[in-house]
Structures are given as structure tokens and as C-alpha cells.
Design a protein around this ligand. Structure first.
Ligand code: PLP
Length: 400
């Protein structure tokens, strides 16, 4: 019996080492990793420069606590501010904590303005984490069920629907912020239109709300720019980050700008581990290596190649509902549940994931090469085709 708590349905494989987009299991078998630890391993596995930085930092200083100034944290905050246009950063250890910080900033900002019961506009199909506040902000009943009472103060609207937000603005004086993923990851790779992001910025400006963009999964280069909001030419007030920031070292960050950056004062928020020297050194190295190796451009190019390859090779295949993507964040939506594809892919030496029951999700490391994209396509496309050929749905059988 395993003594690990039963919170994941794990696939029957265990990895021992990796290199780039490749990982090996304990039987010596090699896999193409198209998931990168769910958008975490920005630089792939065992990037030699990152390994060197982490080893050197671990040998010097791992942790001291936030009771002292941390040089690595200051440097990382400077770097994050310069690539994002934001003013300052709170460091934590995960995406849900980064969102918790954002929610607390919004509430305190509201109280400071005299709003007694501040509320935040959130989206259908959103995913913000599994703490009580972030699961309450999440737009998926499966994540919430059994954990009621939910944390109050969230008003849900359909994603990509600016009129719904305007209606809430007209009706609800308690709103203080909007929290949105510019690309919903867990929700099935749903991409907000750039116009929607611009309109959200306008609505927030008009009403004095904070625009909070959760770029935990879509941010940090995956879209071909550092952040998805940069494609829209707007700036948020608050941005939670995590996942790809440390390329595998656990680190989260909540960035803030303008008035939002001045909301917290000593005593309002904290984290014992947050922003420790080891995690910050890894994150700073990750950001520098992304720049040195031109990985933003690579993400854009390889993402476009993968997306067009999937669209060409799966064109006209019955059962493929839609293929969506931006950079190296791609979803293939099928017309039927396809969770079994993750296991079948594993059997063929490919790591992928299925989200929302019917969306095959690809989130490879930003270092993926053209040859590896082609290998991914030649593994994945037949897998999807075979799966769809063997299981006609009632709907497609009726049409035939
Ligand atoms: N926000 C988004 C957009 C996410 O995709 C996730 C995780 O999938 C989270 C927040 C939560 O991050 P973590 O699992 O690090 O708490």
C-alpha cells in the first residue's frame, strides 16, 4: 500500500531522468514530453545552465526567510518588472498562492475604497487553484463539490463575453476586480480574444476595478511573448504567475502595478518559503536563458508549426471538434471523452494530457525543436485518428 495520499489517478510509469523534451522511465524507455510537467519545465529537463545555477546556489544558500533582504529575490523582482511592465512582486510557492495574493489585494483595495463586501468577477471554466478561495473562484463544479461552503465574493460570467461584464458593472456596486486567464488551460485551451482583453481593461478603468490576469499557465513565454496580455497591448493591475517561472523549482509570484502595488503593507501577507534564494536563482536563470536562447521566438515558431501540422493532418477527421492554440499551448477538442488517450500515448512513448474530458492538451517545453515537433505530430496524429475511427459516437453514427 502506498502511503501517498490518494489525490491523483496516476499513470503507471515512473521517470528517472530527462534531457530537453525527453524523459526516461525506470525501465530505460524514452518518452517525448509534450506536457512539460503541466507547463512547468520551461527549459525542458536538465538544462545544463539551469542545473549549474541551481547547484551553485544550493551550495551557497538555500533559505533564510523573508525576515531579511534576499539579493536573489530583489534581482528576480527587477527582471520580472522589466519584462512585464509591472511595478512590484510578492513571492510565494505556487499558482494558487499567487491567486490568493491577488484576491487579497483586490479585497483590501476594495475595503480601502469603502466597499464593505468586495466581490471579484470570475469566468466560466476558469481554473485558479485548489485552496478554498481559489477553488471558489474556479468555474468548475467538479473542483468545488464537497468543499462547500464556498468562499463568497465571486460573481461568475461567461468567458469572452464583455456584455456580461458590463451588465454586472451596472448592477453590482461591490465589484472591485476582474480575474481572468487570457488563455484558459485547465478549462480546455479557451483563448480570450485580444479585443475582449482590451475591453476588460476599459471596463476596469471606468469603474476603478483591478484587472487581474492569471498567467500561471499561459504566461512566461509560452505564447511567443512573455505574457499573453502583451499581445493585446494592455497592462493588467495584478498578475499571478507560477508554473514555468522556475522551470521546475517551485515558485509563484503575484505582480502588481500602480495603486494595486501599494495595497499591501507589512503584516498583510506573507510566506515562509516564498522567494527563497534557491527558487529565485532558478527563476532568474530561467528568464535569462529564455532570452539568451531566443525561446520566445522559438515558442511562437514551433507553436505555429505544431498547430498548422495538427490542423492539416487532422483536417476532415470525423470527431475532431476544434483545434485551438496560441504558441506552445494547444488543445485538440474531440466530440467525445478521450481520457484514455493519455494512457495510449504513454504506451507509444508520448506524454500528453486530456483536460475537460475531451480536450487533448499539449504544453511542451519552449526548447522543443522542429524535428521534435514533427516527431510529436507523427506520434499523436495516428493516435487520435485511430481512437476516433474505433469509437463512433451515437451522433456521428446517426449522421453516417
Ligand atoms: N491558475 C492557473 C491558470 C492554473 O492553470 C493553475 C494550475 O493548473 C493554477 C492557477 C494553480 O496553480 P498551482 O497548482 O501551482 O497551485
Amino acid at each position: 500500500m502506498s502511503h501517498v495520499m490518494n489525490t491523483y489517478s496516476r499513470l503507471p510509469v515512473s521517470f528517472t531522468h530527462g534531457e530537453g523534451v525527453w524523459v526516461w522511465d525506470d525501465a530505460g524507455r524514452r518518452y517525448l514530453d509534450a506536457l512539460a510537467g503541466i507547463a512547468v519545465n520551461t527549459l525542458g529537463h536538465a538544462h545544463p545552465k539551469l542545473v549549474r545555477v541551481v547547484a551553485e546556489q544550493a551550495g551557497r544558500l538555500i533559505h533564510v526567510s523573508n525576515l531579511y533582504r534576499i539579493a536573489e529575490q530583489e534581482k528576480l523582482a527587477d527582471k520580472l518588472a522589466s519584462i512585464s511592465g509591472m511595478d512590484n512582486v510578492f513571492f510565494c510557492n505556487s499558482g494558487c498562492e499567487a491567486n490568493e495574493a491577488a484576491i487579497k489585494i483586490a479585497r483590501l483595495h476594495g475595503h480601502n475604497k469603502g466597499v464593505e463586501a468586495p466581490a471579484i468577477v470570475v469566468m466560466d471554466k476558469a481554473f485558479h487553484g485548489r485552496t478554498l478561495a481559489t477553488l471558489s473562484a474556479t468555474g468548475n463544479r467538479k473542483v468545488q463539490k464537497g468543499f462547500e461552503p464556498l468562499v463568497p465574493g465571486f460573481v461568475r460570467v461567461p468567458f469572452n463575453d464583455i456584455e456580461a461584464v458590463r451588465k454586472v458593472a451596472a448592477a453590482n456596486r461591490n465589484i472591485v476586480a476582474v480575474l481572468v486567464e487570457p488563455i484558459q488551460g485547465e478549462g480546455g485551451i479557451n483563448i480570450s480574444s485580444l479585443q475582449y482583453l482590451r475591453e476588460l481593461r476599459e471596463v476596469c478603468d471606468r469603474h476603478g476595478w483591478l484587472l487581474m490576469v492569471d498567467e500561471v499557465q499561459c504566461g512566461l513565454g509560452r505564447s511567443g511573448r512573455w505574457f499573453v496580455y502583451q499581445h493585446a497591448g494592455v497592462l493588467p493591475d495584478v498578475m499571478p504567475l507560477a508554473k514555468g517561472l522556475g522551470s521546475g523549482l517551485p515558485i509563484g509570484a503575484c505582480l502588481a502595478r500602480g495603486a494595486a502595488a501599494q495595497v499591501f503593507e507589512p503584516g498583510n501577507h506573507g510566506s515562509t518559503f516564498g522567494g527563497n534564494p534557491l527558487a529565485c536563482a532558478a527563476a532568474l536563470a530561467t528568464l535569462n536563458i529564455v532570452e539568451e536562447e531566443g525561446l520566445l521566438e522559438n515558442a511562437a515558431r514551433m507553436g505555429a508549426l505544431l498547430l498548422s501540422g495538427l490542423r492539416e493532418q487532422l483536417a476532415g477527421v470525423t470527431g475532431v471538434a476544434e483545434i485551438r492554440g496560441h504558441g506552445l499551448m494547444i488543445g485538440v477538442e474531440l466530440d467525445r471523452p478521450c481520457g484514455v488517450l493519455a494512457t495510449r500515448a504513454l504506451e507509444r512513448g508520448l506524454l500528453i494530457n486530456v483536460t475537460m474530458d475531451n480536450v487533448v492538451r499539449l504544453l511542451p517545453a519552449l526548447v522543443i525543436s522542429e524535428a521534435e515537433v514533427r516527431q510529436l505530430l507523427s506520434g499523436l496524429v495516428p493516435l487520435i485518428r485511430d481512437f476516433l475511427a474505433e469509437q463512433p459516437t451515437a451522433a456521428s453514427a446517426a449522421r453516417a
